[in-house]
Design a protein around this ligand. Structure first.
Ligand code: UD1
Length: 427
């Protein structure tokens, strides 16, 4: 397994362009299975989760071609409606294929994705919604078999919680259902609107995606299209937080500042100067960051759970004590024990983390517990004095494109060290 070796203490300075959004491209790739034709997707990030999604599409009979950040998926002749367990396990978001497979073939066989590093992540809301659209489910030995006896039929669906994945599955399945579907208490994340933009460009009729009530008029079939994925607001947030933690001065180009609207006031409160236009955000950090008022992670437009771990790393260097309450996932503090190895003073009780800022962190060997928690360790390592070695970085590669390249561009001393086994393989 690869590791990152960081020599900390260097202020990040300069400008970078952020890659396409992981959380947009994954449902878009899944939805491309519905299309009777070719989807050409631009600004597709180079991530291992994207590789996993493309493997699933190939398994289902789609022809997939990739040229850098552009992917072409030809779903004209699909051949399967089953995702094997091994592919389901590669990516938790594989459940997002459910709506597309059912919509296209009238049946779907997949396994329960199970829990993951950040929580149990049940799929009860996905299943209940898909049943309301007319699918029947039989379950055996962890395998789920869905069948649509007639055709998917539009329905009025009220989600008990604005689940991002469940909203996406409903949109995808219902855009080829008979009649209209109304989703109430839908998730409002920008990635939902991006998915709807993609599907509408294929001929779907999805209205008000991005609001909490979404209306979908079913159409017979979808046609070929080109789509450009929105910039990754979580990656943008992460790099801004990293700049703040190192006392740096960084501009992030080609992002949509409104998408990081919940983070900006937090960074300002910590003492950072922020300037923004309609396509970029610049941050200049103070000598020492201030503590911030209590942060509660919430569905969009609230503070994103995905930025919680990076922010925890930043606040561990602030002057004073900050408090974070994690409302979305139940196990999302696994990075804390690793941050403590670098000298952070954080205590966690249930969903609350109390972060007592320290004047400095010192390098240590740590293990990335999950995707965002892994990047939190990079941030701590960049700000720490001395060397930090992070293993388990395959988690980070799921959602951040070549972080060592982007961070080196900003002046960081970070290197990817290939494992001994991989070096031998290349020889
Ligand atoms: C998506 C994002 C992830 C982000 C999360 C919350 C993608 C690929 N991933 O994940 O980065 O952290 O939104 O913003 O877009 N839940 C249930 N039953 C369900 C579905 C969800 O109980 O059927 C719970 C989850 O366990 C969690 C909460 O609802 O506690 C929110 O989950 P959800 O919004 O569905 O997140 P994901 O779509 O999995």
């Amino acid at each position: 397994m690869d590791s990152f070796v960081i020599n900390g203490g260097k202020k990040l300075t300069g400008e970078i362009q952020i890659h396409g959004s992981k959380n947009s491209v994954l449902p878009i790739l899944a939805a491309s299975f519905l299309v009777n034709g070719k989807s050409v997707i631009h600004n597709c990030p180079l991530l291992s989760d994207v590789d996993a999604a493309l493997k699933i599409l190939t398994h289902l009979g789609c022809k997939v071609e990739r040229d850098g950040h552009t992917v072409a998926i030809d779903s004209e002749n699909v051949t399967s409606s089953e995702i094997p367990d091994s592919l389901m396990r590669e990516m938790r978001s594989s459940v997002i294929f459910l709506g597309a497979i059912l919509g296209r073939t009238g049946e779907a066989k997949l396994s329960t994705p199970g829990g993951c590093e950040i929580g149990l992540r049940p799929i009860d809301m996905h299943i209940s919604a898909i049943k309301q659209l007319g699918a029947e489910l039989s379950e055996e030995h962890g395998r789920l078999e869905f069948k649509v006896p007639d055709k998917l039929k539009g329905a009025k669906i009220t989600l008990p919680f604005p689940s991002v994945g469940a909203t996406e599955n409903i949109i995808i399945a219902s855009c080829v259902a008979q009649g209209a579907t109304i989703i109430s208490n839908a998730a409002r994340e920008p990635e939902i609107a991006d998915l709807a933009d993609y599907l509408n460009s294929c001929g779907a009729k999805i209205h008000s995606a991005g609001d909490s009530t979404i209306v979908i008029e079913g159409v017979k079939q979808l046609h070929s299209t080109n789509h450009t994925v929105i910039p990754d607001r979580i990656a943008a947030s992460t790099y801004l937080i990293a700049a703040a933690a190192t006392g740096g001065k960084v501009c992030i180009k080609d992002i949509i500042p409104a998408h990081i609207g919940a983070l900006i006031p937090v960074l300002k409160q910590s003492g950072c100067e922020i300037t923004e236009s309609n396509r970029w955000v610049c941050l200049s950090a103070p000598k020492r960051l201030n503590r911030v008022s209590i942060i509660r992670t919430m569905p969009y437009p609230g503070f994103p759970t995905d930025a919680q771990a990076p922010l925890t790393a930043m606040l561990s260097l602030a002057d004073g004590t900050s408090v974070i309450i994690e409302n979305i996932f139940e196990c999302r503090y696994k990075h804390v024990s690793e941050l403590i190895r670098l000298g952070a003073k954080i205590s966690v009780e249930g969903r609350t983390a109390v972060i007592e800022g320290v004047p400095k962190l010192t390098g240590a060997s740590v293990v990335a517990p999950d995707l965002r928690g892994g990047f939190a360790l990079i941030i701590a390592g960049l700000a720490a004095v001395g060397e930090t070695v992070i293993t388990g970085i395959e988690h980070i590669d799921r959602g951040y494109e070549k972080p060592e390249v982007f961070l080196s561009q900003l002046g960081a001393d970070i290197k990817r060290k290939e494992s001994y086994a991989e070096q031998r393989q290349q020889e």
